[in-house]
Design a protein around this ligand. Sequence first.
Ligand SMILES: Nc1nc2c(c(=O)[nH]1)N[C@H]1C(S)=C(S)[C@@H](COP(=O)(O)OP(=O)(O)OC[C@H]3O[C@@H](n4cnc5c(N)ncnc54)[C@H](O)[C@@H]3O)O[C@H]1N2
Ligand code: MOO
Length: 414
Amino acid sequence: MTNPVPQGRPRKPPLALEEAQARLIALAPRVAIEHIASAECLGHYLAGPLLAERTQPATALSAMDGYALRQADMPGPWEVVGESAAGHPFTGTVGPGEAVRISTGAALPAGADMVLLQEDTARHGDQVAFTGTPPDPLGRHIRPSGMDFATSHPLLESGTRLGPAQIALAIAAGHSHLPVHRPLTVAVIDSGDELAAPGHPLLPHQIPASNGPMLAAMASSLPVKVTRIGPVPDRLDALASALDTAREADIVVTSGGASVGDHDLVRPALEAIGASLDFWRVGIKPGKPILVGRRPREHQSQVILGLPGNPASAFVTAHLFLLPLLRATLGAAHPLPRPLMVPLGEAMPAGGSRTEFLRGQWDGRKVMLDPLQDSGALSPIARANCLVRREARAPMQPEASEVPIYLLDCGGFA
Ligand SMILES: Nc1nc2c(c(=O)[nH]1)N[C@H]1C(S)=C(S)[C@@H](COP(=O)(O)OP(=O)(O)OC[C@H]3O[C@@H](n4cnc5c(N)ncnc54)[C@H](O)[C@@H]3O)O[C@H]1N2
Ligand code: MOO
């Protein structure tokens, strides 16, 4: 196959960001739901609401080490008639004038309705006396049954990301396994004649292919299996053959070759493999030439995401499109990144014709813009911990004005 002739000026104006994101998310493939061990669910999204299968605590527990006794018997003294330790409950009933030695997390014995801290008592043999201040209210050191949750209570909504706390809650609520979507398969293709595999000796016109490893690492914050292909030369047959290698993947991501040059072959390659183009070009900077296509398949179409080759463009479009698509496919309730409003640490110049995502550093009090905003530069994206959003044609914004930022270090926990 020979490369096609130059493609001239694109006829349609670029899509607005939100419309493009909505169109992409609507294409999210449907993938099977499976039940996997809760402890293995880190980073998955719940594929159904989580209800408690048990009550926690199932019985009233002591929150402190001390003595379980009756409020009516204050201020004592008491006779110690037994012990309740965590995992070893006292089986009798606490009667008038009686106390049971109790430890943190142990079941409150029948008859007792308060716990006196060990520090507020003096013990002599089986006798215990009150020496300190009473708990206020008297029952404060008791965790009542159902304090955390009760059987059949809703705990987590469908589409919740399962982080460490959600996994612990699910296990405590009696779920040894959880319904989640199966891990996705994603093929990442580097394309460009100038690219060499990392570690290869380079001539001045060559660069290491860094987008593929970057995009694979970004996708790996989610339950996906990534296959990397390339670097693939700028030839239609080579690109079509790389896409053919990727035919079984749920989602294919290319970088480079998305623009209008003679060697920008992703769109012609989509045509060559029988894929359709859903949209091309979005009004964002960096990342305008992003394209989305679909390859028809027997069971389900494959989504092909063509990211621009400039490293900052690939990085930003992966945040705005690739990760949201992966999250949506994995069942996330909120697949899109959510902004935070923070004050500028310096004035932000007026915006241009596209919605921009500037590389920035947020220190917890203010955000600074990186002085180097070229979409071909990698060092600013490696320095950045956030993207600062500037609307198209926004006027200059003075220091301390609030601007939306998207944090980059959240590991995709959206
Ligand atoms: N006449 C026009 N030229 C360009 C336009 C335009 O509208 N009219 N758009 C510009 C914009 S915006 C972008 S973004 C780039 C995107 O171009 P491509 O997606 O076609 O990317 P390439 O030309 O293949 O490469 C651009 C740049 O990125 C480097 N690159 C590519 N792949 C990798 C990789 N895997 N790892 C590291 N670096 C990579 C490549 O060497 C180039 O320097 O087009 C503008 N041009
Ligand atoms: O849209 Mo491009 O990504 O500015 O360089």
